[in-house]
Write a protein that binds this ligand. Structure first.
Ligand code: HOZ
Length: 421
């Protein structure tokens, strides 16, 4: 059944999928077609149940199909799917974002993380009157033209960190620095005086595998951008509401000018949001001259799912501590059993197992991971009902639905793997 679906899918869809990473090409497999999900589990079309550490690449912090979220979504569906007119839930979402993430004084909802980041960059350019931006090698900020430069995630997996089809005229304004390397940032500012609109960064890089910011690196970006009159944009599409209720900016105590969110704030529905300091965000149409729009922006079903999810995260005051503790314990067990053969990076409920004994602190060191070994490990786990990201360069996500038994079973399979190699 799975194979037949895949053959059908390939006929009319590139790679048989709607997003490249899930094609599983990087690990030499074919995708598992999923029939249903619940809590920490996925069930494929053949009826195989798997413990899921992909969590839809991030949104599933509560686990799949959380009853309270599903209930709100069903109720919202009964009221209609899209109106093209404002709703109370959009106001509640903007208020909640401003309350939980104080830098998000004014925000705009869109339909994907790609849109959110792309729009934040446009606002930064509109505000500063400058064209150039600095991004970091291996960071992924969605698939808009100007940001698919030395990009992580699927672009890296497919060995296409610079996509075809993007005019050089556009990417000439995207300058690339090295993550965790202050000198590379300084050099770009010094070489382009008065021209840098913004520095955009994933505060925890999670699209070249999980790579933590070096101590002081985010603070350094904050002070450099201030010094040169540029804006600091945090791409919190993955870290937002994942590391803490206030995102990475709360976790690391660094306040950006603009931020982009996605994934968790949609509670499993397509979403994005960008926002920041009021004086900057007032430039967005219709208040100001920076244009951005969307038919499905602020969709009533999405906001129902998002509000339900954020409310649970807000009310459950122990959730982030619990997730961090469990994930740190899990990461520690993996380190112990692998006996120096892998490097495990972890923060909050995000982790990555790199198949290299050396520390992974940036893009070059992430690339030192043995991707063939990762593919082998992926297949071993999958065949035993453990579903991890089909790429070395995607994060592993832990949800609140993962139980002690789930971790124990996963560790048992991993132990078997590390004993066998
Ligand atoms: N860029 C996404 C992960 N970082 C891809 C998600 C998907 O393929 O579903």
């Amino acid at each position: 059944m799975n194979k037949t679906l895949y053959e059908r899918a390939k006929k009319h869809m590139p790679g048989g999928v709607n997003s490249p990473v899930r094609s599983c090409r990087a690990v030499g497999r074919i995708p598992k077609f999923i029939k249903s999900t619940k809590g920490a589990y996925l069930t494929d079309v053949c009826g195989n149940e798997m413990i899921d550490y992909v969590c839809s690449f991030g949104p599933g912090i509560l686990g799949h199909a959380h009853p309270a979220v599903i209930e709100k979504v069903k109720a919202a569906c009964d009221e209609g799917l899209t109106y093209g007119a404002p709703t109370e839930r959009e106001v509640q979402m903007a208020e909640l974002l401003a309350e939980l993430v104080p830098s998000m004084e004014v925000s705009r909802l869109v339909s994907s993380g790609t849109e959110a980041v792309m729009s934040a960059v446009r606002v930064a350019r509109g505000f500063t009157g400058r064209d150039k931006i600095i991004k970091f090698r291996g960071c992924y900020h969605g698939h808009s033209d100007g940001l698919l430069v030395k990009a992580g995630s699927g672009a890296l997996t497919a060995s296409l960190p610079d996509s075809a089809g993007i005019p050089a005229d556009i990417t000439k304004n995207t300058l690339v620095a090295e993550y965790n390397n202050e000198e590379s940032v300084k050099a770009l500012f010094e070489a382009n005086p008065g021209q840098i609109a913004a520095v955009i960064v994933e505060p925890v890089a999670a699209n070249m595998g999980v790579v933590l910011p070096a101590r002081g690196f985010l603070q350094f970006l904050r002070s450099m951008t201030k010094q040169y009159g540029a804006l600091l944009i945090f791409d919190e599409v993955i870290t937002g509401f994942r590391l803490s209720l206030g995102g990475a900016q709360e976790y690391f105590q660094v306040k950006p000018d603009l931020s982009a969110f996605g994934k968790i704030i949609g509670g499993g529905m397509p979403v994005g949001a960008y926002g920041g300091r009021e004086e900057i965000m007032r430039l967005v149409a219709p208040d100001g001259p920076v244009y951005q729009a969307g038919t499905l922006s602020g969709n009533p079903v999405t906001t129902a799912a998002g509000l339900a999810t954020l409310s649970i995260l807000k009310e459950d005051t122990g959730i982030y501590e619990r997730l961090e503790k469990r994930t740190a314990g899990f990461a520690g067990e993996i380190r112990d059993m692998a006996k120096g053969r892998v490097t495990v990076n972890q923060t909050g409920s995000l982790l990555s197992i790199f198949f290299t004994p050396d520390p992974v602190t940036d893009y070059p060191s992430a690339l030192r991971s043995d991707t063939a070994a990762y593919a082998d490990y992926y297949g071993f786990l999958l065949d035993r009902g453990i579903y991890v990201a089909p790429s070395q360069f995607e994060a592993m996500f832990v949800s609140d639905a993962h139980s002690g038994e789930d971790f124990a079973r996963t560790l048992e399979v991993m132990r078997e793997y590390f004993q066998a190699i």
